[in-house]
Design a protein around this ligand. Structure first.
Ligand SMILES: [Zn+2]
Ligand SMILES: [Zn+2]
Length: 237
């Protein structure tokens, strides 16, 4: 039973979705989730949230429709040193931050450059999760990534939308198998994410499940079973 999904987007991310945080929370409740994290795109994404939007979330309700709400952000990694697009003061006001690579904001580099960008982002004390590092367009050294995630106490995400038939990150299955095998060997948990833009895919990890079975991935290393375990990875509750 999966109890949480913390990579989701509301109307504030642009991309044409018109669903509000309330819509997302209502859907999360109807699907049995106990905890929903809203992680709208950070300011470098076109038409996404502004710094003032993220700062204002400190005043937003912590519970809707019986679901606990956490407010985060999906940051853009901007360079191969792993710099991101929100300042420390704003990040400190949020519950968590996911750091991801997106095409308009970071040109794909060599394996060494891409790996260095993720590792730099993981060293940022406000980054709790690395988003969709399965992306075939940004090749990385997964051994180095998992080792850094374990030592920096950061979660690597397994992204359902990457695997969906309309996914646009290439065939990510081999990369996801690699992440799962390395995390299993290291005893380091993974985070399953829907990356739902709007309410439609909230809590949907159905494209990931066959790979979890194939890799015999241990249930106890799937952090979506335990909000309390997840919170130990986040900036603050
Ligand atoms: Zn993303
Ligand atoms: Zn996203």
């Amino acid at each position: 039973m999966y109890l949480l999904d913390i990579h989701t987007h509301s109307i504030a991310s642009g991309h044409g979705s018109t669903d509000t945080i309330a819509d997302l929370a209502r859907t999360a409740a109807s699907r049995g989730l106990k905890l929903l994290g809203v992680s709208d795109h950070a300011p470098s994404t076109m038409c996404a949230g502004t710094t003032s939007y993220f700062r204002g979330l400190a005043m937003a309700p912590r519970r809707r429709f019986g679901v606990e709400l956490l407010y985060g952000v999906e940051l853009n990694i901007l360079d191969y040193a792993g710099h991101v697009d929100l300042d420390a003061v704003t990040l400190s006001s949020l519950n968590y931050a996911i750091a991801s690579m997106h095409r308009p904001n970071l040109r794909a580099g060599s394996i060494k450059q891409n790996t260095s960008a993720y590792i730099g982002a993981m060293k940022n004390p406000y980054v709790s999760v690395i988003g969709h590092c399965d992306d075939t367009r940004y090749p990385v050294d997964y051994g180095a990534l998992v080792a850094e995630a374990a030592s920096s106490h950061v979660l690597l995400e397994i992204n359902n939308s990457s695997l969906s038939p309309d996914g646009y990150r290439g065939d990510t299955r081999d990369n996801i198998r690699r992440i799962l095998q390395l995390c299993k060997a290291a005893g380091h948990p993974v985070l399953l994410s829907s990356d739902s833009h709007g309410r439609e895919h909230i809590g949907d990890f159905s494209c990931i499940e066959p790979l979890l079975r194939e890799c015999r991935f241990p249930e106890e290393l799937i952090i979506n079973h335990s909000p309390a375990s997840l919170k130990r990875f986040l900036i603050r509750e």
